[in-house]
Design a protein around this ligand. Structure first.
Ligand SMILES: [Zn+2]
Ligand SMILES: [Zn+2]
Length: 251
């Protein structure tokens, strides 16, 4: 019985791992191609090849850790019945998706600030910041403890909001794709992230890698604006990058 349950949770984790890995590889390939027509944010800096290789190798490991948390959360929800049941209908699905986006952004902002404190930074988060000019392959280049802080949301989300596993997974795929774009080093945003829109463009997280102590959120700029942690030049630089990028000349 125990052996069968272990096999069942392992199978769930393996399925999530391959889904995340395929998403990561395809998104990285597509965004690398799109970079040819976009504006490089840190135009005078290049990312060392050794960092790109390091980030790729670490991402393959990190995605397994994330899949472990996502898979264990899904398995305990569907098999053991742990967590809140989703609200019915399209309205319930939309509510759960929006709630998950807002809640994860809040989770990410505050834990991200925590691991930037003196005590945690070297022990937990320094690895991710060794790449100052990020590339698509940098998104999931994190230490084990970094993942436990920022990504454990996917393990406990069913206890926090009434969300179906498929909707939570759709949110994770959105997070993976926007995370890769956000580390691409090229501004790909359009009208949807033109300030004061709360959606972040690539400039937001790129500045986080350049300046370290600003722009901690992941989906929205709300928390950074409220808490005064948005880079003082963020809106001006984002508008300049958006205006220069091919896709935003309509603005
Ligand atoms: Zn950071
Ligand atoms: Zn980053």
């Amino acid at each position: 019985m125990l052996f069968r349950q272990f096999g069942s949770v392992l199978a769930t984790i393996v399925v999530y791992y391959f889904a995340l890995l395929v998403c990561y590889l395809i998104t990285c390939a597509v965004v690398t191609r799109l970079n040819r027509h976009a504006v490089k944010i840190q135009s005078s800096r290049q990312t060392p090849i050794s960092h790109i290789k390091r980030d790729f190798r670490q991402s393959v490991v990190s995605l397994a850790v994330i899949a472990g948390m996502l898979g264990a959360g899904d398995w305990s929800y569907t098999t053991l019945g742990w967590g809140l049941r989703p609200l019915p209908g399209v309205g319930g699905t939309v509510f759960s998706a929006v709630a998950s986006l807002v809640l994860f952004d809040t989770w990410f902002y505050w834990f991200h600030r925590l691991i930037h404190t003196r005590f945690f930074y070297r022990r937990v988060h320094r690895w991710h910041h060794l790449t100052i000019t990020p590339v698509v392959w940098s998104n999931n280049s994190d230490s084990l403890f970094d993942n436990l802080f920022l990504q454990s949301y996917w393990l406990v989300a069913h206890f926090l909001i009434p969300i179906a596993p498929a909707v939570l997974f759709a949110h994770k795929i959105y997070d993976q794709i926007t995370g890769v774009v956000g580390h691409s080093g090229y501004e790909h945003g359009g009208r949807w992230c033109w300030p004061p829109s709360p959606l972040v463009g690539v400039t937001h997280h790129d500045q986080h890698h350049q300046f370290f102590r600003c722009n901690y959120a992941t989906h929205f700029s709300w928390w950074d604006r409220i808490m005064g942690t948005l880079h003082p030049d963020h809106d001006r630089v984002l508008k300049a990058n958006l205006s220069r990028s091919r896709g935003t000349q309509v603005l």
